[in-house]
Design a protein around this ligand. Structure first.
Ligand code: BGC
Length: 751
């Protein structure tokens, strides 16, 4: 800190404002050269300007996307493929591992690449709540639940930062849709913000200590997040003690008023550039920005910059050093996250079985989503590559799909000018050919893929959330023909997020592979062959139909000004997001949050509350234990989840809420492991909007330790809390609803 004060004393006001402004954006979609550039990393998203004068030499530092890997220019060294970074499994798939240690391991390897490639801060992880399945960027995010989101984020941040590079958690807060994301005003009650949308960030900050945070594009309750001092100073700094730097998203909010943004606690404007600098200077000259504010933000930036490899002038390799190990880790992490949704004695498939693989997605495979969450890789293993590495796949069928793809694919720009890929329609197969394929193969696999990305939301339409007509025809044709011959049909979903599964009864098994990263398709084969016993659990609910989603009628907002653009979205469902809604209002779902099958069986026993220190208030906690036994025939892992059912007091409560979870090690048949769950008091508390505090109400609490959010067959543990426990008081008036909106303005969602 003293060191920073000394540096500040050696800087002119212009030099300070240049640090706040960022270096600017070139017309090639990448950052402009910054001040005092000592290393050039092509294709990064931004830089923090350095300073060079007689007394100071602070090098510029580089910021690069994104959540699934380091996104820099794609010039690969084809000979070694060592220049390109690794595309990791998407956030939703990592979260489905429910394994913080594994996510940290991914973070460590990811961070090694960030450092190797000369980047100082990665613009990741993304951790907005998956409020609605149609958000185009859900693939970058973890879950519909704030605890799983926050823990997954903290885990990857710890791994990344163990390499001496910074992570940037984003987008703060409630960037839950892409439609008109730069203007849309999200109307959300303070309680929903606190319990659902902010909580994951709060956990990530407490447990991960990220060096940086990115504010989001959208407005909340009538003001842009990057200009809200209640959010950025009162909550983030005073309540949560965040010590990192805060940056805007690229060209976010009221871009003419960067002074107001910095004054509100948004330290750095990205990507910045000359005009931003000029506007900051005007704000300074006009007194909107005081010296104190400028110094506050510059010191916050420099405190983090001082830790980076760029500032420390460390050498970097300029290429990824441990590519093979990293690809092996992609495969392991992807396999541990994939969710077996259905299995009617179809899987695991025997290696000697001959496999007929259908669907254009087997050759047009998606490693990840598009936009800034994409990664430029040298090559991606397709599903056909993955499956044929372990199975005898019908080569005639593969040739048919390969040829069709080559002749009919259409190059697509996946969004915002940064991603390339292809679209291709689903070819038809005539009935005779289908019969031939059924005659000559033992099992059918249908690959269904969905791409999505930054800048657009998805649609509840055929070909997107729903199967296309051609896919429906294919699925039925394969199912009928193979079932006629008593042969099984498996569907592999290579998707960006939740899709309709109303066709599930027609097939025997469904593997949710999400977007498994580069070479993650080998993990699909590991799951299908049983090399890896599936142990992923859903990090989001699969509803029976899209219409059941509590935000279906409001997403992605309405056009109140009649100018053709969505501008306002009411979060009518309040705290009832995802399983909190379905369980409270008794809605059937297709696959519940936390659900996932295994090739083995597990029994939970000996559930106990072993310590209750809640009376210690803010520092109190609960400790629970349970034993998990593998009662099946093959080794496997199980995730035990602790849900609380809190009493209905002054505050209404969801039927159940996730409060802790743990995954076993690989348990061999007959083996038992005891798991321990710690629930800190603040996690048990609800937000009491009237008194603006966190509160554990008195009454009867039930704890369900279960292997999914369907706790209907689980006997709960009881706990009586005789006196209410008031925890932290929060900032008065923070994030209040706009004056013309009251609690009554929300259409209550109850059915
Ligand atoms: C995205 C951010 C990203 C930034 C820089 C923005 O459009 O919303 O997530 O980090 O661009 O590429």
């Amino acid at each position: 800190m003293k060191h920073i004060q000394t540096q500040l004393a050696k800087m002119s006001i212009d030099e300070k404002l240049h640090i706040l402004a960022g270096s600017g954006f070139g017309n090639n979609g990448a950052a402009r050269p910054p001040m005092n550039l000592k290393k050039d990393v092509s294709g990064v998203a931004g830089y923090i300007n350095g300073v060079h004068n007689e007394k100071l030499d602070i090098p510029a530092t580089a910021l690069a996307d994104g959540p699934a890997g380091v996104r820099i220019i794609a010039d690969s060294d084809e000979a070694t493929a060592h220049y390109n970074s690794t595309a990791w499994p998407i956030g939703s798939l990592l979260a489905s591992t429910w394994d913080s240690d594994l996510i940290t391991e991914v973070g460590k390897a990811f961070g090694e690449e960030i450092r190797d490639l000369g980047v100082d801060f990665i613009l990741a992880p993304g951790q907005d709540i998956q409020r609605n399945p149609l958000n185009g960027r859900n693939f970058e995010y973890y879950s519909e639940d704030p605890l799983l989101t926050g823990r997954s984020s903290a885990a990857i941040v710890r791994g990344i930062q163990s390499n001496g590079v910074g992570a940037t958690i984003k987008h703060f807060v409630a960037n839950n849709s892409e439609t008109n994301r730069q203007q849309v005003n999200e109307i959300i009650t303070p309680r929903s913000l606190r319990e659902i949308y902010l909580r994951g960030f709060q956990i990530a900050i407490a447990e991960g200590k990220p060096w940086a945070l990115m504010t989001s594009y959208n407005q909340v309750n009538g003001a842009y997040n990057n200009a809200r001092s209640d959010l950025l100073l009162s909550i983030l700094r005073d309540e949560w003690h965040f010590e990192g730097l805060v940056m805007t998203d690229w060209f976010a909010g009221d871009t003419d008023q960067p002074g107001t943004q910095v004054a509100a606690g948004n330290d750095m404007i990205q990507p910045g550039g000359d005009q931003v600098f000029q506007n900051l200077k005007t704000a300074y000259d006009n007194g909107v920005l005081t010296d104190e504010m400028v110094d506050r933000s510059v010191s916050r930036i420099l405190e983090q910059v001082c830790r980076t490899p760029g500032y420390l002038m460390q050498d970097f390799a300029g290429s990824v050093q441990h590519k093979d190990e990293h690809l092996a880790l992609v495969r392991r992490a992807a396999a541990e996250g994939m969710v077996l949704l259905k299995n009617d004695q179809a899987l695991p498939a025997e290696p000697r079985e001959t496999m007929a693989v259908f669907g254009i997605n087997q050759v047009n495979t998606y490693k990840g989503g598009t936009g800034s969450g994409d990664v430029n890789v040298s090559s991606t293993a397709t599903l056909a590559d993955g499956l044929s590495s372990q199975f005898d796949c019908d080569s005639k069928l593969l040739t048919f799909y390969t040829d069709y793809f080559e002749q009919n694919r259409v190059a697509s720009n996946g969004g915002l000018g940064v991603s390339n890929g292809y679209t291709c329609d689903e070819p038809t197969i005539d009935d005779d050919a289908m019969t031939q394929y059924a005659n000559s193969n033992d099992i059918a696999v249908i690959c269904i893929g969905r791409q999505a990305g930054e800048g657009a939301d998805r649609a509840n339409e055929a070909g997107d959330y729903l199967l296309s007509d051609a896919e429906t025809t294919l699925l039925q044709q394969v199912a009928t023909t193979f079932h006629d011959q008593q042969k099984k049909v498996v569907v592999v979903l290579n998707v960006n997020g939740v899709v309709d599964t109303s066709w599930a009864d027609d097939v025997d098994a469904i593997v949710l592979a999400y977007m498994p990263g580069q070479d993650g398709t080998y993990a699909v084969a590991d799951i299908l062959s049983g090399k890896t016993n599936p142990c992923g659990k859903l990090a989001q609910t699969f509803p029976v139909s899209y219409e059941d989603v509590p935000s279906a009628s409001t997403f992605p907002g309405v056009d109140t000004t009649d100018d053709g653009a969505v501008d306002t979205e009411y979060y009518n469902e309040g705290i009832y997001v995802g399983y909190r809604y379905y369980t409270t209002f008794n809605h059937d779902v297709a696959y519940p949050f936390g659900f996932g099958l295994s090739y083995s069986n597990f029994e939970l026993s000996d559930q106990r509350i072993v310590a209750d220190h809640l009376s210690l208030g803010q520092y109190g906690n609960l400790v629970l234990t349970a034993s998990v036994t593998n009662t099946g025939k093959v080794a496997g892992k199980e995730v035990a989840q602790v849900y609380v059912s809190a009493p209905q007091g002054a505050l209404d409560k969801p039927a159940i809420e996730l409060k802790s979870y743990a995954k076993t090690k690989l348990l061999h048949p007959g083996e038992t492991q005891e798991l321990v769950f710690l629930i800190p008091s603040e996690l048990l508390a609800s937000f009491d909007p009237e008194h603006e505090r966190w509160l554990i109400e008195a009454g009867h609490y039930q704890f369900f330790i279960s292997n999914s959010s369907d706790v209907s067959n689980t006997r709960p543990l009881d706990l009586n809390i005789t006196k209410e426990i008031a925890l932290m008081k929060t900032t008065s008036g923070a994030l209040a609803l706009p004056d013309d909106v009251s609690e009554d303005s929300f259409v209550t969602v109850t059915q």
